[in-house]
Design a protein around this ligand. Structure first.
Ligand code: Q9C
Ligand code: ZN
Length: 507
C-alpha cells in the first residue's frame, strides 16, 4: 500500500472510531444494523458518498446500518489533487480541514470532523465480511433527438465538402460506451428555455426557432440554410459603439442567418433547432446528476456548443451547452465553477460568455488560432477583463503536438484550476485533437486520452463532462471510452470494468 493510501486508511479508521463512540453514547438516533467494521481502507465509494451528502455527518447513518460499504479499491488517493497526493503526510489533515476542496464536500467533511472531535486515534475494528459487488457505473446522458440535425455538406473555403459534424458521431460513441458495460445510458429530461436564456441573447433563440419555418414560408428551394453574408467588423469601422449596437436585425432569413452566425459551417436543417435544444437538455441533465451527488457524469451533447457565443451560433454549434451547464451550477451551488476545454479548437463562445466574470474560470488547450479555426480568438494574452481579469486562460499548442507535450501543458492548466475554489469542473471534451482527425492538427493518441482523463479525474473535483468535437469516426468510440475510463481511475487496457466485491481482511 502506498503512503497516501495508508494515511487515508487512518482517516477512515477514525470514522470507525467515531461510529463506535456515537453508538456507545446513543447520540445518533440511527439504528446500527451492520458491522461497523465495514469501515476499512479508503476507496471510491467513500469519497463518492461524502460528495453525495456533502458531509461525513450524513454518511455516518448509512455506515451504521450497512447501506454503505467503504472498500479498499484504493483509488481515493488517485482522486485527490496532485499536490495533496505528493505529500501523503499532509493528506489526512487536508482532508479533515477541507482545504483540498474549499467550499465543497471537503469543507463539509472538515466541519463534520471537527464537530465530532477528531483526536487522531487509530482504531482497528476486528471483522471480516464479504462485500457485495460494487459497480458504480458512470451515467451517460444520451438521446436520439440529435439526429434531427443531419447536415450532408459544409463548405471548405467556399467549396462544398462532406459534413464532419454528423449524427453517426454520437451513435458511435453511444455504441462504444454501451458495449463497454461500465456505463449506464440515461435519457435527458426536458429543461425548457430559462437556462438557455440565462446565457444567450433571446434573439438567437428566437432566430434558431424561426429559421427553418421562414425558409419554408419563403419557398427557398434548399434543403439547408447557410449564410453567405456576415456583419463583420470592417463594415462598421469608425461608427460609434452605440450606433452599431442600434443596427436592426435584418428581416430576410438569409440576412438573419448572417446576423446570428459566425461562419458557414453549421447548416440549419429542419430538425436542427430541436436537436440543439436536446443537446442543452443533455448538458443540463448531466449537470443535475452531478448536483445530485454523482462523482462524474458524461453528456453526449450533439450538436456541440463551445463556439456559440451569447448572441452567435457558429462552428457546428448553436447553443453553448457547457456555458449553460456552468451557469446552472453557479446558480444552484453559489460556488465558483471551472471549465476545462480540451477540444482542438478554442472555445471562443465560452470565453466570450464569461469574459467579464470571475465566478466561472475558463481554461482552454487548443491548436494555435494562428493556424486553425476560430482564427480570431484563442491567443494566450486573452485573460478576461473587469472582474473577469485572470479568469480566462488560453494554452495555444504547436502544430502536431503529441501526448507528452499536450499532457505537460494540461498539468499547467490543471494547476490553474486547482488554485480556484469550487468542487465541480465542467469539461468541454473534444477528440479532434486526435492524430488522424480530418480538421485538427494536433497528434494525440487513444492512450493519451486515457492519461488525460486520469489526470483530470485526479483533480478530485466532480466532473460534468460534455461532448464537443471529434471527427475521426474510426476512433471516436475508443477515444471516448479511454478518456472516461481514465477519469474513473480504471486501468488503460483490459476491456470492460471489473465488477467490484471481494473480501476485506480483518486487522
Ligand atoms: N470544413 C467543433 O469542433 N470550420 N467545431 C471547419 C472545415 C469549423 C469545429 C472547416 C470547425 C468547427 C465543435
Ligand atoms: Zn473542435
Amino acid at each position: 500500500m502506498e503512503d497516501g493510501q495508508a494515511n487515508l486508511g487512518f482517516d477512515v479508521a477514525w470514522v470507525g472510531k467515531v461510529l463506535l463512540e456515537r453508538q456507545a453514547e446513543e447520540r445518533d438516533p440511527v439504528r446500527c444494523g451492520g458491522p461497523v467494521g465495514a469501515v476499512v481502507g479508503a476507496g471510491h465509494p467513500f469519497i463518492q458518498a461524502v460528495h453525495r451528502v456533502a458531509g461525513l455527518d450524513a454518511v455516518l447513518p448509512q455506515l451504521l446500518d450497512g447501506r454503505l460499504v467503504l472498500d479498499d479499491h484504493g483509488d481515493l488517493a488517485q482522486r485527490l489533487p496532485v499536490r495533496v497526493r505528493d505529500r501523503p503526510e499532509g493528506a489526512l489533515d487536508q482532508l479533515l480541514e477541507g482545504s483540498y476542496a474549499s467550499g465543497g464536500a471537503g469543507e463539509a467533511a472538515g466541519r463534520a470532523a471537527r464537530a465530532l472531535g477528531h483526536d487522531g486515534q487509530i482504531v482497528a475494528t476486528p471483522f471480516q465480511r464479504t462485500l457485495p459487488p460494487y459497480d458504480p457505473r458512470v451515467k451517460v446522458v444520451h438521446t436520439d433527438r440529435h439526429r434531427g440535425h443531419d447536415p450532408q455538406v459544409e463548405t471548405y473555403l467556399g467549396v462544398p465538402v462532406p459534413a464532419c459534424e454528423v449524427p453517426q458521431r454520437a451513435e458511435i460513441i453511444r455504441d462504444a460506451l454501451a458495449a463497454d458495460g461500465g456505463f449506464e445510458l440515461v435519457d435527458p429530461t426536458v429543461h425548457g428555455t430559462d437556462p438557455i436564456l440565462a446565457v444567450h441573447d433571446p434573439g438567437l433563440l428566437r432566430f434558431l426557432e424561426e429559421a427553418w419555418p421562414a425558409v419554408e414560408r419563403q419557398r427557398i428551394e434548399r434543403d439547408f440554410l447557410v449564410a453567405d453574408t456576415y456583419p463583420t467588423r470592417g463594415m462598421f469601422a469608425g461608427m460609434s459603439e452605440a450606433f452599431v449596437a442600434a443596427r436592426p436585425e435584418p428581416v430576410a432569413v438569409g440576412g438573419r442567418t448572417g446576423w446570428w452566425g459566425l461562419d458557414s459551417s453549421n447548416p440549419i436543417r429542419p430538425g436542427t433547432y430541436d436537436a440543439a435544444r436536446s443537446a442543452v437538455d443533455v448538458a443540463l441533465t448531466t449537470t443535475d446528476l452531478v448536483l445530485a451527488g454523482e462523482t462524474a457524469a458524461y453528456g453526449l451533447c450533439r450538436p456541440p456548443g463551445h463556439h456559440a457565443a451569447a448572441a452567435m451560433a457558429g462552428g457546428y454549434c448553436f447553443f453553448n451547452n457547457a456555458a449553460i451547464a456552468a451557469e446552472a451550477i453557479v446558480a444552484a451551488t453559489g460556488e465558483r465553477v471551472a471549465i476545462l476545454d480540451v477540444d482542438v479548437h478554442h472555445g471562443n463562445g465560452t470565453q466570450q460568455i464569461f469574459w467579464r466574470r470571475d465566478d466561472v474560470l475558463y481554461v482552454s488547450l487548443h491548436a494555435d488560432p494562428k493556424r486553425l479555426y476560430p482564427f480570431f480568438l484563442g491567443h494566450a494574452d486573452e485573460i478576461g477583463e473587469g472582474r473577469g481579469h485572470g479568469a480566462n486562460r488560453n494554452f495555444p499548442m504547436g502544430l502536431r503536438a503529441d501526448d507528452a507535450t499536450y499532457l505537460a501543458t494540461l498539468d499547467s492548466a490543471l494547476e490553474r484550476i486547482s488554485d480556484e475554489p469550487g468542487s465541480i469542473l465542467v469539461v468541454s471534451l473534444g477528440f479532434d485533437t486526435f492524430h488522424l482527425d480530418p480538421i485538427g492538427d494536433l497528434a494525440l493518441t487513444t492512450d493519451g486520452y486515457h492519461e488525460m482523463g486520469r489526470r483530470v479525474g485526479a483533480l478530485g473535483r466532480r466532473l460534468v463532462i460534455l461532448q464537443e468535437g471529434g471527427y475521426h469516426l474510426g476512433a471516436l468510440g475508443e477515444n471516448a471510452r479511454a478518456w472516461l475510463s481514465g477519469a474513473e481511475g480504471r486501468p488503460a487496457a483490459g476491456g470492460s470494468r471489473e465488477p467490484g466485491g471481494g473480501t476485506i481482511p480483518g486487522p
